[in-house]
Ligand binder design. Structure first.
Ligand SMILES: NC(=O)C1=CN([C@@H]2O[C@H](COP(=O)(O)OP(=O)(O)OC[C@H]3O[C@@H](n4cnc5c(N)ncnc54)[C@H](OP(=O)(O)O)[C@@H]3O)[C@@H](O)[C@H]2O)C=CC1
Ligand SMILES: O=C(O)CCCC(=O)O
Length: 487
């Protein structure tokens, strides 16, 4: 294992947690190399779980579920709380592991870890409030009650852009509701997931209740979708894979939560606080080098302020410091891989070929590898590729508009509906526009919306279900109705 200068080297492991045991790749056997996107060096090799091992993990989770679900909610809550505390205590080390495999600046990595540990804290509390109802009865011979019961064994498939946070968001509500969960992290970033498993074990969470398996995505996905002992799949990633999971699990009518691609519009009205809008756009566009599903993909700016906005955005974007995530002051890490750079270049070229103007960036950085200079272009139209596809990279396209209705129509002109943002100081417009935007989340005068207390999720082809908030745990329970007569 690499020397990441951890306070606690025990957090770095290349073993899977299967049925309560740490399982390494067989010597000389098949495995997956984990590389540091900053220099492409191989930092670890994790196992490719075998079909038998995966079945064993699922069977172990199924066998362990009744005892876990039967524990008083207060006990499950205490274990989740302990896990949360260990993550917070070890946030510096977890951030180093995350940055080494994902590339984001260390401060951002630590921010991801701390803010998303909040989902464990939140759901530890919600575990105790999983109330049913007593419903007023329409006839005197009976009483009507509801219970909330755990949905069953859950399987999570998580992406590389938030290697730590996308797991706590799913494991928190699952475990709180009484469900075991098996996590398959992205092959690019398994070490953060495995470090979470180390801490879960230390917190006292049984190793058949929180398991992590690494390996070939399509094989694991197929087993999750077809194994009758998996009741629910929770996925964050591309719309294409989400669609496949939905299709493949249709035969067994599994429950699915899908947090898929976005194509967030970011609208700046003529009455906006322009400096605040520029700050918000920087956050919504360039956080994680543009690789978040809620990243602003299209920036619509009223024609009266478009020139000034573009100038200010360009200055800020050009001032971002690129570097290795672990280097002091780095604001933009490398993109995850060459495919991510290729997509950025494809969208940029298409826009420039169709008449867009380049203000800053537009090329790979001198740092080499997968760094791409933060890029601002203007004169963008709805006919360009980036208006309809998620770029997932540091490309900020500015599109002018004249009328509010025109901005809303362009914003909604997409099959996606995850996040949207707009800046205005007009209260009536605030509600009018917020209600008209076809998205699951709307940031108004802010470019940062994720929080464990709020429901995160999309409409249209951006997915199904919500993560976080009082609604998040509903994704992991079934409501059972009791009709009690004979009294
Ligand atoms: N909503 C979001 O937050 C995210 C959106 N995306 C979008 O998707 C694009 C592509 O990114 P990419 O990493 O390829 O996203 P994917 O959807 O391919 O990967 C996300 C997760 O799904 C797994 N996966 C891939 N194929 C299958 C399959 N057939 N069955 C089951 N699981 C599978 C991956 O595993 P493995 O790593 O082993 O392939 C990973 O764990 C991005 O450019 C972006 O537009 C990507 C990541 C996150
Ligand atoms: O990209 C995602 O899938 C989640 C974004 C979380 C955040 O905004 O912190």
């Amino acid at each position: 294992m690499p020397d990441l200068n951890l306070k606690d080297p025990g957090l770095l492991t290349d073993a899977n947690m299967i049925a309560g045991e740490w399982v390494r790749a067989p010597k000389g056997g098949d495995g997956i190399d984990v590389t540091n996107p900053a220099d492409r060096s191989v930092i670890a090799r994790v196992p490719k779980v075998s079909a038998e091992q995966l079945k064993k993990a699922i069977a172990a989770a199924k066998a362990a579920m009744p005892a876990w679900a039967a524990r008083p909610a207060k006990e499950r809550a205490a274990l989740l709380r302990k896990w949360y505390e260990l993550i917070v205590e070890n946030a510096d080390d977890l951030a180093k592991i995350l940055t080494a495999e994902q590339g984001k600046p260390l401060a951002e990595a630590k921010g991801e870890i701390l803010s998303n540990a909040g989902y464990l804290e939140w759901f530890a509390e919600e575990a105790k409030r999983l109330y049913g109802d007593v419903i007023p009865t329409p006839s005197t011979d009976r009483r009507i009650l509801t219970l909330k019961q755990p949905v069953g064994v859950c399987a999570a498939i998580t992406p590389w852009n938030f290697p730590n946070g996308m797991i706590t968001r799913k494991a928190g509500p699952a475990l709180a509701a009484g469900c075991p969960i098996i996590v398959k992290p992205a092959s690019q970033t398994p070490l953060s997931a495995l470090a979470l498993a180390v801490l879960a074990e230390r917190a006292g969470i049984p190793g058949d209740i929180f398991q992590v398996v690494t390996g070939k995505a399509s094989d694991i996905g197929t087993e999750f979708c077809t194994n009758p002992d998996i009741a629910k799949i929770t996925f964050t990633g591309s719309t294409e894979v989400g669609r496949k999971l939905l299709r493949d699990s249709a035969d067994q009518i599994k429950k699915l939560s899908l947090e898929l691609g976005g194509n967030a519009p970011f609208i700046v009205f003529e009455d906006a606080d322009l400096d605040a809008a520029v700050e918000g756009a920087m956050m919504a566009k360039f956080r994680n080098s543009g690789q978040t599903c809620v990243c602003a993909n299209r920036i619509y700016v009223h024609e009266a302020v478009v020139e000034e906005f573009t100038k200010k955005l360009t200055e800020k974007a050009a001032g971002l410091k690129l570097g290795r995530g672990e280097d002091e002051g780095t604001q933009q890490g490398p993109l995850i891989d060459d495919a991510a750079v290729a997509k950025m270049e494809e969208h940029l070229k298409d826009a420039l070929d169709k008449g867009a103007t380049l203000h800053t960036g537009g090329e790979r950085s001198e740092l080499g590898g997968t760094w791409f200079k933060p890029t601002v272009i203007s004169g963008v139209t709805q006919q360009m590729k980036l208006a309809h596809e998620e770029t997932f990279a540091p490309l900020a396209p500015v599109i002018p508009f004249r009328e509010e209705a025109e901005a809303i129509a362009m914003a909604n002109d997409t099959e996606f509906g995850l996040a949207a943002y707009f800046y205005t100081r007009d209260l009536a417009r605030t509600f009018r526009v917020a209600e008209a935007l076809e998205s699951g989340m709307v940031g108004i005068n802010t470019g940062l919306i994720a929080s464990e207390v709020a429901p995160f999720g999309g409409v249209k082809q951006s997915g199904l279900g919500r993560e976080g908030s009082k609604y998040g745990i509903d994704e992991y329970v079934e409501i059972k109705y009791l009709a009690v007569a004979g009294m």
